[in-house]
Design a protein around this ligand. Structure first.
Ligand SMILES: N[C@@H](CCC(=O)N[C@@H](CS)C(=O)NCC(=O)O)C(=O)O
Length: 232
């Protein structure tokens, strides 16, 4: 049995972490049996980040490495029919989502003062006092440091959301009027794309995203399609 270590569901999503949602979506696409091991402490994971899986008596970190391991073990490849060019596009799209858009989404959660109070309440509100007061500040400071080191938080807020809007327009164009990114059936990139697009289109709380995604209704329809197919 695969054990999936990930954050608790929150913000009206199966997971507020795009990487956790990506891996859980892939497991459901693959119809592999797994059990959730919810935690809010990424320090328990091998690289100090979630998700990770325990399988075959070992812990595997990183959503992509988990998928690679399970793909080979079960001889599952949703991209088998893609051309080499489509495989390269899929790889580039993954980098856009995971190595670029991720940081703008992280900024919106942990730094943007307009949304921080409700995020803090949703994630930490049920913890006992004084942890409820101290922990959010400690994690917020770490996220701010990470985002400064990575570079995103050195830009103005306006510029950060302008960068994000370019990524979102690109995603919408690449999806077009197809049900999934490479046609009528999901491929591996759809796990990652759903993990991220759900954060922009389906979260229950206020966020900066509604006016930025509004011009691209295909993205919300896509997120709802994936949610319906794999989580309902
Ligand atoms: N490349 C990793 C990224 C995982 C990641 O960044 N996870 C975040 C949550 S979305 C995390 O655990 N952050 C905790 C921290 O940085 O302390 C993957 O694909 O799994």
């Amino acid at each position: 049995m695969i054990e999936l270590y990930q954050f608790h569901p929150s913000l009206g999503l199966p997971n507020m972490s795009p990487f956790c949602l990506k891996l859980e979506t892939w497991l459901r696409m693959a119809a592999l049996p797994y059990e959730n091991r919810y935690t809010n402490d990424p320090r328990e994971a091998p690289l100090g980040k979630l998700p990770s899986i325990r399988v075959d008596n070992r812990m595997i970190p990183d959503s992509t490495l988990c998928i690679d391991y399970l793909k080979h073990k079960h001889d599952l490849d949703f991209d088998r029919h893609l051309t080499p060019e489509q495989k390269a596009q899929s790889h580039a799209l993954k980098a856009l989502l995971e190595d670029r858009l991720y940081f703008f989404a992280l900024y919106s959660r942990w730094v943007d003062a307009r949304y921080w109070p409700q995020i803090r309440e949703a994630l930490f509100g049920k913890l006992p006092f004084p942890v409820r007061k101290v922990l959010p500040q400690v994690i917020q400071q770490k996220m701010k440091r990470d985002l400064l080191g990575q570079g995103t938080a050195k830009h103005s807020q306006e510029q950060i959301y302008a960068f994000a809007a370019q990524d979102i327009a690109t995603l919408s164009t690449l999806l077009g009027d197809k049900p999934y990114f490479f046609g009528d059936e999901p491929t591996e990139i759809d796990a990652s794309a759903f993990g991220f697009i759900a954060q922009l289109t389906l979260i229950s709380d206020n966020s900066p995203w509604p006016p930025i995604v509004a011009p691209y209704p295909n993205l919300r329809a896509y997120a709802e399609r994936m949610l319906q197919r794999y989580f309902r």
